[in-house]
Ligand binder design. Structure first.
Ligand code: NAP
Length: 252
């Protein structure tokens, strides 16, 4: 594997498991320093131990701006810069209908999946602009563009996060900020276990073998942080797109 991210520092939210942990391993293998952000201290500490001095674990709840801001500052201080932010942290529960869902639980998903993305962008921009630019990628979803039963909170949050990427590109592309979204398709993670258990919509009825492994989006994310993906700046890349899979050498 080439060390095409050597010298770069990447902050990854939701790095305690799933796509975020796979991305941390992929980025570190490609030479990047990684800032591991999530609430599960033990998991990010364990991953940090596995990756060695290239990794810094910073416990962080993305729904709180000050925690995101201090985590990115600590990482930039440790490694000398912040070049990449992967807005990956997200949640799906509670899967429920609009007329019965708990209002506070509904709003918590917005706090994490939408406000958490804003918090990352807002905290990263001053650090990146001071260094002349950077890459900010937000994990999107088909649910950003299509309603799904029981997922009103998730669809709303992902739609909001997708348009945040558009706004980021509009305001900061000319200032050196590379903004993109990645829609991974369905991925074999804890989130899909929760979806399966809900039994509510067609996604819950997919077979486990229908899901791609987390290292596929991890590879896509690393590629999106290189100049090879510049033609996609300001857009959302889908890993369901066969042309993208072929370009990344991902074969089922
Ligand atoms: P996952 O295994 O459930 O991981 C979710 C991650 O988000 C965990 O590391 C979790 O860490 C973190 N997280 C949740 N709430 C957080 C908070 N308040 N602050 C900080 N971190 C928080 O799910 P995944 O599939 O890897 O999901 C990663 C992203 O991909 C999400 O944005 C999800 O919406 C998106 N996505 C997934 C799929 C799929 O099929 N799996 C499809 C499309 C999009 P802690 O609990 O330790 O905080």
């Amino acid at each position: 594997m080439t060390e095409d991210l050597k010298g770069k520092t990447a902050a990854i939210t939701g790095a305690s498991r799933g796509i975020g942990a796979a991305a941390a391993r992929e980025f570190a293998a490609r030479g990047a320093n990684v800032i591991l952000m999530a609430r599960d201290r033990d998991s990010i500490a364990g991953l940090s131990g596995e990756l060695g001095k290239q990794a810094l674990a910073v416990p962080c709840d993305v729904s709180r701006f000050w925690e995101v801001e201090s985590a990115l500052a600590a990482g930039a201080d440790e490694f000398g810069s912040l070049d990449i932010l992967i807005n990956n942290a997200g949640m799906i529960e509670p899967v429920a209908h609009l007329g019965t869902v708990d209002p506070d639980a509904w709003a918590q998903v917005i706090d994490v999946n939408l406000k958490g993305v804003f918090h990352g962008i807002r905290a990263a921009l001053p650090l990146m602009l001071a260094e002349g630019g950077g890459t900010i990628i937000t994990i999107s979803s088909g649910a950003a563009h299509n309603p799904l039963e029981g997922w009103s909170h998730y669809c709303s949050s992902k739609a909001g996060a997708a348009i945040l990427t558009d706004c980021l590109h509009l305001e900061y592309a000319a200032k050196g900020i590379r903004a993109m979204g990645l829609s991974p398709g369905t991925v074999a993670t804890q989130m899909q276990k929760e979806i399966k258990a809900s039994g509510v919509n067609p996604v819950s009825r997919l077979e486990w073998s229908d899901h791609i492994p987390p290292d596929w989006p991890a590879k896509a994310l690393a590629w999106m942080c290189t100049g090879e993906s510049d033609e996609f700046l300001g857009t959302e890349i889908s890993l369901r797109d066969e042309a993208i899979r072929a370009r990344l050498g991902l074969v089922a």
